[in-house]
Design a protein around this ligand. Structure first.
Ligand SMILES: O=C(O)CCC(=O)C(=O)O
Ligand SMILES: [Fe+2]
Length: 271
């Protein structure tokens, strides 16, 4: 049995077992892309962020999106009934997050390790890069203005992900992160909130919480041309360094919710 078939078999089996789905992949996972790794590596080195088209099979994303949708609907209901309880018990919900373990660690491992994304990360960051710890995955929902809820933040302001990794380590000098792979589970950036990345931003960590204060800094230092909010299809992945400045892309015209998975990796795992 070929490598691809073995993977497909394993995924089909796992997903069938859990969710009783007959067909997960509409097409086989692709491990080769038109652009060479060399081109992508060069683009990433220059831009510090890169959009990888068709990095993940949409079938896998659909399964995860359906689970996410159901999970968030339950949280919304719970929160409507008892807002204080939810705020106390899951402060992450208010930030748009629910524990990623709730959509199944197998699915997340498949997403991170058995898709083209892994090949890409291996080529660009090296195969020693690790991200198998469950804490490295986060599932998020971002709501457009018409659907916004008082109990959930309307957007994540500009920030650097490495700030959080450093801030949560006793030894602030020890960098742990090197990249974020941002994987929307639905099409986004037009009808549903997307992500804005500031191209070529790869600052030292500025030890600053997300905040509006960053807006002026980004405009001044990088200018309008650097602000990039790509329209993304299901299967596309936005990949950026853990120092790249980024935040949610939300406009008043958007009408649909967005679900996404954040995969963070580094040379060291989180502890
Ligand atoms: O999903 C968003 O809007 C923000 C995500 C983010 O900051 C991240 O994945 O690091
Ligand atoms: Fe972030």
């Amino acid at each position: 049995m070929s490598f691809l078939h073995a993977i497909k078999d394993r995924i089909d089996h796992t997903i069938k077992e859990r969710f009783d789905l007959a067909v997960v992949f509409r097409r086989p996972p692709k491990f080769s892309k038109a652009s060479s790794y060399e081109d992508m590596k060069n683009a990433f080195a220059k831009e510090r962020c890169i959009l990888i088209r068709d990095a993940v099979d949409p079938g896998l994303l659909d399964v995860m999106a359906n689970l996410a949708q159901a999970r968030y609907a339950r949280w919304d209901k719970l929160s409507d009934e008892n807002p204080e309880k939810v705020a106390n018990e899951n402060s992450r919900f208010c930030q748009g997050h629910i524990p990623a373990s709730e959509i199944g660690s197998t699915l997340l491992e498949v997403l991170a390790n058995e898709t083209y994304l892994r090949q890409f990360i291996g080529h660009v960051c090296g195969y020693h890069t690790r991200f198998e710890c469950p804490r490295d995955f986060l599932l998020r929902r971002m709501l457009p203005p018409p659907l916004q809820r008082a109990d959930v933040v309307p957007k994540v302001a500009y920030h650097q992900d490495e700030y959080f990794a450093l801030a949560s380590t006793p030894d602030m000098a020890k960098p742990q992160l090197c990249f974020t792979a941002w994987v929307p589970l639905v099409a986004c950036g037009v009808d549903a909130p997307g992500l804005t990345v500031v191209r070529k931003s790869d600052e030292p960590v500025m030890l600053s919480e997300p905040g509006e204060g960053w807006d002026g800094y980004v405009d001044r230092v990088y200018g309008a041309d650097a602000i990039w909010s790509p329209a993304m299809r299901r299967g596309d992945v936005l990949f950026f360094t853990s120092r790249a400045i980024h935040g949610s892309h939300v406009t008043p015209q958007m009408t649909k919710p967005r679900y996404s998975v954040e995969i963070r990796g580094g040379i060291n795992t989180f502890t």
